[in-house]
Write a protein that binds this ligand. Structure first.
Ligand code: SF4
Length: 351
């Protein structure tokens, strides 16, 4: 009997069986991400499948804490306690501020419990930080997570209000029983001379400005976001440099993902670690190396990937505006999608 594993796409599996290439196709991570996948396929509901992101959080977490976590499925790993989402004893009116992954999952879970849920997103498009993933071919599953969560949330009755920010006045007017604050974070753009110049693109906005990126690029910031953008640009044939103040790249990547990421960096990117950016110029970034020497890292376009900071002003304004207020995800502390989704799920379970 021939078997094939590691697949994530039901159509691909169907094709393998139909063509006789294998008798059995088995799934592993695909079922951590969505244990209902086989049922959704047999009931012809493929649009409801939540797909694995290939983020390796499950394997990294196993190595680090001996627990099982999945970025897109916060219910796994707690099977002994029960993974059912029980109806709430009292149905409540719930506002969710912010339509990133954490806010979407919070809205979905609260609606599954029978609450009446309205999700507000200040932009016209859901997704939060996931919107920027659409520019990276190897992160497309992550970008598609928004649509998957949106479909699940809509199916259980979540109402969406796009282009509408949640303000204290709006909360007072709507008077919900519970408010989940999932307003996310903003890019960190320090006051380095020239960083506000026309040759600079903030990494979160790269997906809107891809065509403006010239042949040689300097990525300022060697965290996960900067590294992934640099690899993407390198794969397009661009000459790419990363400037990073610390002595290592991507310390925020998980232990299983990081070695693979660094292998790709080796292929496509020239790395300048222990290098402090002093000034952005039209022809590159003037830096100071670890010995205090000034060097110009050349590039016509500069990508600013220097991190994120929580939208604390919005969080502060919304505190105490409803009987139950819970701040989740980057809005509380900049972290991973995994944490945002878990916190969203648990906030909704606590209402
Ligand atoms: S943690 Fe990431 S890699 Fe693992 S199953 Fe979930 S989505 Fe897939």
């Amino acid at each position: 009997m021939a078997t094939i594993g590691g697949l994530n796409d039901p159509d691909q599996m169907e094709e393998i069986i139909a063509s006789g290439k294998a008798d059995v196709v088995y799934m592993a991570r695909a079922l951590l991400a969505d244990p209902e996948l086989p049922r959704k396929v047999t009931e012809n509901r493929p649009e409801e499948i939540v797909r694995c992101l290939r983020c390796f959080t499950c394997m990294a977490e196993r190595a680090a804490t001996s627990t099982r976590r999945c970025t897109v499925n916060p219910l796994i790993g707690r099977e002994l306690d029960g993974v059912e989402v029980h109806p709430a004893p009292v149905k409540k009116r719930v506002m969710v501020a912010g339509g990133g992954p954490g806010g979407l999952y919070a809205a979905y879970t609260a609606a599954r419990r029978g609450h009446q849920v309205i999700l507000y997103e200040k932009e016209m498009e859901l997704g939060g930080v996931l919107k920027s993933e659409q520019a990276l071919s190897f992160k497309h599953e992550m970008y598609e997570l928004t649509a998957s969560y949106q479909r699940l949330a809509a199916k259980v009755g979540v109402e969406f209000r796009l282009g509408e920010a949640v303000t204290p006045e709006l909360v007072r007017q709507e008077a919900p029983d519970a408010l989940i604050v999932a307003v996310g974070s903003r890019p960190l753009v320090p006051s380095i001379p020239g960083l506000d110049g026309p040759n600079v693109i903030v990494v979160n906005d790269y997906y809107k400005h891809q065509s403006e990126v010239a042949g040689t690029v300097v990525v300022m910031g060697g965290g996960l976001a900067g590294c992934e953008c640099a690899i993407c640009l390198g794969q397009q044939g661009k000459t790419v440099h990363i400037v990073e103040m610390r002595d290592a790249l991507a310390p925020d990547a998980n232990v299983r993902h990081r070695p693979l990421l660094l292998k790709e960096i080796d292929k496509y990117v020239t790395v300048h670690t222990s290098c402090k950016a002093m000034e952005v110029r039209p022809d590159g970034v003037l830096c100071q190396d670890s010995e205090g020497k000034e060097i110009l890292v050349p590039g016509a376009t500069v990508i600013c990937a220097l991190g994120q900071r929580p939208c604390t002003d919005t969080v502060t304004a919304l505190q105490d505006t409803a009987p139950f207020v819970r701040v989740i995800g980057d809005a509380g502390r900049v972290s991973t999608i995994t944490n945002a989704v878990y916190q969203g799920c648990h906030a909704a379970l606590d209402i």
